[in-house]
Design a protein around this ligand. Sequence first.
Ligand code: NAP
Length: 420
Amino acid sequence: MRKLKVIGLHNRVIQMAYIEVKENSEIIVPDNPTIGYIEGDGIGPDISKATISVINSALEFSYEGSRSIVWEKVFAGEEAFEKTGKHLPQESLDQIRKCVVAIKGPLTTPIGQGFRSLNVALRQYFDLYANVRPVKYFPGVPSPVKAPEKMNMVVFRENTEDVYAGIEWKHDSLEAAEVRNFLSSKLGVKLTDDTGIGLKPISRFRSSRLVRKAIQYAIKNNRRSVTLVHKGNIMKYTEGAFKDWGYEVASSEFSEETVTEEDYMKDPELYSGKIIVKDRIADNMFQQILTRTDDYDIIATTNLNGDYLSDAMAAQVGGLGLAPGGNMGDTHAIFEAVHGTAPKYAGLDVANPTSLMLSGVMMLRHLGWSEAADVTESAIMEAYSDQKVTQDLARVLNIKALKCSEFAEEVIKRMKSPKQ
Ligand code: NAP
């Protein structure tokens, strides 16, 4: 095995090792896994540096040297383009494939490439079909609602189909004309010549695996319910089918652990302790998250619903600057901040790194290193309750702003060993 030094861990010499994936998709994590990191464009380098220093410190506090991460830099985005002429070189994809788990800063969407965005390309390449977005409140963060602490949900958003599949044709293209002709001649659907066309594919396989992942998460984390959010009253064979396939997965694969809301209401005592599977129509769900926030827990939904809903939920607890995310498949996982590159703050050391730090917390939990995840999360929470904030929140609270790196220092200062 190769030996190397790791900066940030008191230059301790450690072995290089990679995460292994078992046939049943379980991961075997060595004590010193190599994790890929993409710094990202714009504010990416600032928030990545802050996040890595916080995670390294949490590992020291939690495991006193018996567990650590070997960070392997993966080039992507503008930095990769400068070096290789490509925004996402094959070598970077190979590195992530080998690392199994990676964390990334935001990437600028390049214009005129063969794909719509580097993020979409990464999700498609590794079949990261579940976009997982936990949303919960941190005391001290300014929020637009009266009781933000009631929010504690995790959204599982389908990542590979629905309107994000990108199957669409411009109104005046040959392809759109051909599709219109086909619809008219074969199916009797008449559309005017100025109509652009998009497809909304929703499949049984992809819906089922997303709902399966959401239920597995609910079981593993002792959550109370899984809500299937859909617009099936209007789009019966796509959104409606998503809901039906979701219930099918619950009853056929998790009959011991779950109960439908309908059955639960008939005899709550009989089914107490089981995870309640329910469904809500998307428009209703937007008011439910505001009016009956604590009735909801895990959300499983199609792509576009999940996109809108998770941003609305994040706004309820203080905005996107704090929202973490993970893109997960059956083998690989890439964790990332929900926000973008905020180019006007690039290189100024003023961005809020919390979203990426919390994505790091998700990553630590994914590795099974819950002690370090708890240490990091508690320290971030404490920093917020002590009103240690970067400029995005300082301007709302009308208090002094910390730099991105200073915020990381304040978080590290508040870390406590799990034994304390
Ligand atoms: P954005 O980068 O998220 O920034 C929009 C605004 O949000 C910023 O101007 C800033 O607001 C605030 N903001 C976002 N992150 C912040 C942080 N960490 N700390 C403090 N403030 C923060 O959205 P965008 O301007 O629409 O997108 C810019 C680029 O990012 C685009 O190329 C887009 O494609 C890309 N993008 C990448 C990802 C990703 O990699 N996952 C996601 C979204 C967008 P104020 O101006 O009010 O201070």
